[in-house]
Ligand binder design. Sequence first.
Ligand code: FAD
Length: 469
Amino acid sequence: MMKIGIVGGGTSGLLSALALEKMGHDVTVIEKNKVGGLCRSEYIDGYTVDIGVHAITMLNDGPLIRLLKKYAKYIPNFRPYGDYYVRLDKLYSIPISMQEWTSTSIIPNRDKVLVISKMIDLMTSGFSKDTSVYDVIKDMNLSKVSIDFFNTICYFLSGEDMKKTPLWRLFTGAGYIPEDDILPFIYYEDLKINPLKTVLFKKIRGEKIKKILKDGFLYSIKNESKKYLSKFIKRPKYWTQGYPLGGVQSICNSILYSLDRTEIIEGEKVVEISQYREDEKNPGYIIYTQDNSYYCDVVIYSAPSKFLPDITDIPEIQEREDKLRSIKFTKSLTVWIGYDENPLPYLGSEIWIDHPCWATCVTNYDKSLAPPGKHLLGFSFVNTKKKESLSIIENKLNIDIDKAHMIHFQECVPEQASCVVGQYFVYPKIRDDFYVVGTDADPRSMGITRAAYSVEVMLSEFERSLLKK
Ligand SMILES: Cc1cc2nc3c(=O)[nH]c(=O)nc-3n(C[C@H](O)[C@H](O)[C@H](O)COP(=O)(O)OP(=O)(O)OC[C@H]3O[C@@H](n4cnc5c(N)ncnc54)[C@H](O)[C@@H]3O)c2cc1C
């Protein structure tokens, strides 16, 4: 049995605690605010308000459900998410498959033909890891509505505009390229350090990983083009998204309820992590907060990795100092409104492309999130100020904000690393007894699912290191 100290109690910290406790270890979670992190809901004037507007991805076969099935006492109930729309003069479904692209009225006919042939061309000839969406679009002479459309999709997939969004993110987000296929390229820098010693090596197989490391991204895209094209032609099986009844707090609650022995410390910020023995094989760590110190054999760090070089001087972190510090994250503004009428009366959500915003009515999934007869509307904006956001909502939905029963603002960083060109994602294993989890430790999917992916990689590496002992 190991003594494990987990820094940060968000989705990734709590999922790590759950799995490691069930594997028989003695776990302590140290959280500077409240456990749950961004996977929490707050009670505001009778409304249950999530931190940010959420749709949970990959519910059929993704890492969150795999981990909960294996370790939790129950799995929250999810309602199927519905569809995604763009609001222009009316609502239009977002095109995914080639056929939907052919028939969409969001963009002009000339642009549709150009976009479809460009996608086929890119899938068959390949593109580099650092190709941005803008690199491809800039010479196509597309209309403003098409450019605004792609720009907004980029904001929601990567946290940044099309100049900073890698093309692979658009293709994985649409489901044309499976998330796993992208993994070796993104961890490339860390894999180069020692590719043979990672769980990825086992997953991708020897010959293939050697080719990938030699020829890079282009090789793989070309090689798999048939598979990608068929996903573009048929609608990819991608719509396995849902919203948890009771709000995102329900996911956090299912993990907390399933923990039997884990000690949870809230309201203590970790300020330093140091080794306390000289023994290289068994160093042991002290995790210091402002008030206390905690001894452990293994550290799982789930707070933003960007700040790791400030709090620990272990060489493996200091070697990565520049990369870690350069990790970029994006801020978002969410506005929650409690209202009598429901201007978004359908399952799913919509995006606005002139002022990038993602809007949904969560009481369509669960009426209990609002007082009887009221509706709870959520709007997540990028690059928008509070006051401006309210007038955009009023104009777009033709509602009177003065009649709102509740208005609540949240300014958050949705993921610990935005998915931009050149972004560094740290590989979860730092040492046999020091790991990093969270949305900056895996590039796949989004938010909660991404956090869960990083926990799966950490657990495989941790189990492998135990076998070595
Ligand atoms: C507007 C918005 C929209 C979103 N939409 C979606 C969505 O549609 N789908 C989806 O899946 N996800 C979505 N998310 C993101 C998702 O909620 C998060 O990515 C996920 O919960 C992150 O989990 P995490 O454990 O990696 O990080 P966090 O939840 O950020 O947890 C890290 C924890 O570490 C703590 N911490 C930090 N520093 C220290 C320290 N020094 N000492 C101790 N504790 C520390 C923090 O307080 C925090 O609780 C959205 C988020 C926002 C804000």
